[in-house]
Design a protein around this ligand. Sequence first.
Ligand SMILES: [Zn+2]
Length: 462
Amino acid sequence: MLLDVVNMTGNPRKSGLSRSVQQSSSDTAHDGGAAVSELRSSGDEGGVIPVLSPVADTPVVSARLAALVDDAVPERTRIAYAADWRRWEAWCARHGVRSLPARPQDVAEYLAEYGAGIEEGRTRPHAASTLERWVVGIDAMHRRHRLPTLGRDDLVKKTLSGVRRRQARDSSMPRVRRARPLELHELRLMLQAIQTTKYPAGVAALRDTALLLCGFAAGRRRSEIAAATIGDLAWHAHDGFHWRIPVSKTDQDGAGLTTVLWRGRHVATCPPCALTWWLQLRAVLASAAGAPPGRDETLLTAATRSRLVGRRQRIAALWFLHHHRRALTADKPERHVCRTPPSWRAALGAPPIDVAVPDLPLALGAGDPLFVTVHRGGRVGDAISGEVVTDILIRARTAAKLPTAGYSAHSLRAGFVTAADRGGATVMEIQQQTGHRTHESVAVYRRRYSPADGNAVTKLGL
Ligand SMILES: [Zn+2]
């Protein structure tokens, strides 16, 4: 909450918002109620939040406005800033200096103490990247109070730079670890290694194939893969599938990003095909969970019903995997199942150009998670967590006898950028799918993993 952040100044005289919200929450008895919704703009266009002016006659904001302003900053960032600010205030209290507005020399001393010295209870200094975040947090608080920021101050900048250099030389400091990118040929080996139509492993294999292919092809983060729902997907006659990412890390304005799961040339590495198989299996399992027509199972005990559902789902999955096996070994193994919208029971009328997956006759709800846990017995559970994405990737690498050190769920996104770059995609084309905001964030991948791509050294003619 922004309120917490502002309250952390600990001094209501400095914090217009905290005082005003206290007023509004205490039913405004002292102000006759009129002040609660009274807003005041200071007329300065430079600041984002004019109502947070620290001027003496503090403006008063409504709780509704406070909540709205609060929403402008992502929650995780707010929490981090709040904790950082508490640390800074505690340091200031110990040293008898003012926290707001802060003096550059105090901030620099603060950074030096934690970046060069070792805090009690720790074995090494705080990383330079952590100190940078602290400065960003202190600056954010100053901006909110329309005070000059310190991040660009020469002394603060030089202190940070000194800490960074010293830590770079210090072998005891942990290096920034980036996930190694998944290579396309590795992905092929992994998919081959995990493929099975046996029960129950075949259930997890269909999920893992869809997850790895979709995560790689869309260049998604693990949190986005874990949070994906059926309602985020639409089948498209030309494009394959559209996968909407509701709100991503770089898109805090909530506009969302539509990624495309483009049809692959080969069935084995076709993301829409893998997704179609997985959606159909999910539909079959979902329909097996319901009572058969004409049978009332409401009077059964929960345990009996769970057993019955388990048995029905098992039979349904066995039958589905058998069907899948026949499709794989048919005369035309290169037949894409992604050309028509996934459906199971009812036939669709005239083929649509595009259709939202919840509208397909699959009996899957818009809010149902796309990727779910698969229990050892083959039963499916709730939505997976981000860690499971890493587990799936590591398991598939192990199955393909590929090294696992340095690989994590982020290898899917890193792999997409690296493969696309190598394939000749422009930075803009990569950004179109990944949603990276800056050229620089894409260029980092190239410098680290494929320094020869786009490098003049390949054009010397040696
Ligand atoms: Zn396909």
